[in-house]
Design a protein around this ligand. Structure first.
Ligand code: 5GP
Ligand code: MN
Length: 339
């Protein structure tokens, strides 16, 4: 983002505009946090702002300030499309390719609204007029903070903005422990607490609202955990039947993949979750060190993400997907054992 770009954006935002903010399918804490953080910021300047997500998200994100204003494109398609079609500015947050927005891809691609991408995923597509992309950033929320800084508006961060941005930085950094967490991330967090983010309450809202069934499902997942020592890999499989047994709800498996990585000597962890309704297996991958699950997922599972955290999907059956995964791994044994 050049100085000239920022000056142009300042100019653009100096009069009220019709603005839409969108994020990726299956939104997480960073997607909702960055979108609502930016929403609260822009609302202060009398813009008309609409936040639209491709689909629903877990209950543990449904306490964030003004969360209820969010439109869900899959159940509010007509209304969402009409708003996107007449938007003057469209912020696309926490994703780097329009197909990550699910069924919004076409309407976003066709809209004449000026597009501004703020994102930290690798290899951004070129669809936006302004691309604010930095793969070294902890989170899109930290980038929205920097964006507000570049506009010279840090002084105007209020407690709603601070709460939303804190949440996404916290969830995307695994509570400030992933390598993407820098001293500057902590400085941003400190400032957000000063501006009114209630850190203890936010942690509680996100992490301490488990249902009994969710913990039972975690128990089932840990029971299913398998290790392939020669590939320093751990993986978990959850079938649709198991999910049904524990009354699975969106978000119930969030973070489960990290348990594999907590094993001594494991550098690659995967979870395979059967989704019979969509006819796919959803895959989450995590790694330690230089082994890139982003590359791995792009090469084999139609996905992407970051070096150490990526996702993807498979159209094969659950057992065929696992078979594929296990058959690919030996090719990577050398890289995995160099970690
Ligand atoms: P998670 O495993 O938590 O769903 O996602 C980890 C990271 O990978 C996130 O940054 C997410 O945006 C990205 N990701 C997850 N699923 C996909 C996918 O299907 N395609 C791509 N390109 N990225 C994904
Ligand atoms: Mn993110």
């Amino acid at each position: 983002m050049t100085k000239q770009n920022i000056e142009h954006l300042k100019q653009l935002l100096s009069t009220p505009k019709d603005i839409v903010i969108v994020s990726h399918k299956n939104p997480d804490g960073d997607a909702i946090g960055s979108s609502l953080g930016l929403y609260h910021f822009l609302k202060k300047y009398n813009h008309k702002v609409t936040v639209i997500m491709p689909n629903d998200y877990p209950d543990f994100l449904k306490w964030m300030p003004d969360e209820t204003v969010i439109l869900k494109h899959d159940s509010q398609t007509k209304e969402s499309n009409a708003i996107i079609q007449k938007a003057e500015i469209i912020f696309t947050l926490d994703f780097n390719a329009l197909n990550r927005s699910g069924n919004m891809e076409t309407v976003l691609g066709e809209s004449n609204g000026l597009k501004i991408m703020i994102d930290h995923h690798q290899k951004p597509d070129g669809y936006a007029t302004y691309t604010f992309s930095d793969v070294n950033m902890s989170s899109t929320c930290e980038m929205v903070y920097d964006f507000i800084d570049l506009l010279g508006e840090l002084k105007n961060i209020n407690s709603n903005i601070a709460t939303c941005l804190y949440t996404g930085i916290m969830t995307d950094t695994g509570s400030f422990r992933f390598p993407s967490t820098t001293s500057k991330t902590h400085q941003v967090i400190a400032h957000l607490i000063e501006k009114g983010a209630n850190n203890a309450q936010i942690h509680n809202n996100i992490y301490d609202t488990n249902s009994y069934e969710r913990l039972q499902l975690l128990g089932c997942a840990l029971n299913n955990l398998k290790v392939i020592p020669e590939s320093r890999t751990a993986y978990i499989v959850l079938s649709q039947e198991e999910l049904n047994k524990y009354n699975y709800k969106k978000g119930d498996t969030e973070g489960v993949v990290n348990y594999g990585l907590s094993l001594n000597n494991v550098v690659l962890s995967a979870i395979f979750i059967e989704d019979k309704q969509e006819g796919i297996v959803k895959i989450s991958l995590r790694s330690k060190g230089a082994f890139s699950v982003n590359e791995f997922s792009r090469a084999h599972f139609n996905g992407g993400g970051h070096t150490n955290a990526a996702g993807g999907k498979s159209d094969l059956s659950l057992s065929d997907t696992i078979e594929k995964f296990i058959s690919i791994l030996p090719k990577y044994n050398k890289a995995l054992n160099n970690e």
